[in-house]
Design a protein around this ligand. Sequence first.
Ligand code: NCD
Length: 335
Amino acid sequence: MPQEAVFSSGVDGMVDSKDLSRAGIGWVGRHLLDLEEKPPEAIQAILRTASCFKEDRDLEWSQILRGKVVCNLFFEDSTRTRTSFSLAARKLGANVVEFTSRGSSMSKGESFVDTARNLEALGADAVVVRHHTPGTPHLLTKHLRASVINAGDGAHEHPTQGLLDILTILEVKKRVDGLKVCLVGDISHSRVARSNIWGLKKLGAQVVVCGPKTLIPPQISHLGVQISHDLDEVIPECDVINILRIQFERQRTGLFPSIREYRHLFCVDARRMALAKPDVLILAPGPINRGVEISPEVADGPNSRILDQVTNGLVVRMAGLYLTMGQPRPTEGSP
Ligand code: NCD
């Protein structure tokens, strides 16, 4: 089912989903830094490739990155993203190095870039980086020859999360074009929101961002999204609701009066689900805070595909590694 969804009506109907090399036609670049920079054809190519990896051909896939080294360079906590990048690299036959700043020579004053260059000197062909500073993956591309994949840079972008959200939408709704997708919550501090907006808009969806005034930057309308502060008003029109966590770790205090008030106005619960289309698709990137942004009965209910998103994360990350590392490496000194 998923393959057909992406290939027949979802992305572009022309490519045989079983042909991995053709699925990637349209991909550009040897890095995956953000969805803002990727043309729609590249987004379609990575979704098709991810869909291919859903096929149970593990033996074949396990040769693709044989002998390559993928380094996970995570400076922020992670459950899903880190685990799925590791598993994705292993499934493609690569060796994986798990770097954590704690216990490394960074405590002796070594810089971030020097650390990454040393890991490259040890053979890293790709670096998957998560960092609290926006632009860190872009900085690495200036200093490394390895492919760089952004696993979340501050509040900027989280491209593989955006892609796995879109893949899940395609599987359930069979299309993205013309759908109305609402991103609810802390838009200001959410890298997931930004990657969703770029990806969804490029594939023709209508995007609404909904949350308290203090958690939505007014300039976001320049990205072509509708802004709402009233969830009850927008919910009936939505085909998809993607529920974002309040990013307390990135906020200064006082952006909304209390969790109770937030829950009252923006928690997606059974009462609000009664206002929605019966087949509305409920997504959340996780981690979810049950009873804050989403009630347990909605998180575990029939409209929720939250765990399918996690499963799709694996194939999206396989596709990201395959497409970025499949390109020839530049020689020393080239840009
Ligand atoms: C997101 C992240 O880290 O940006 N989680 C994830 O990668 N699945 C969202 C979040 O932390 O709320």
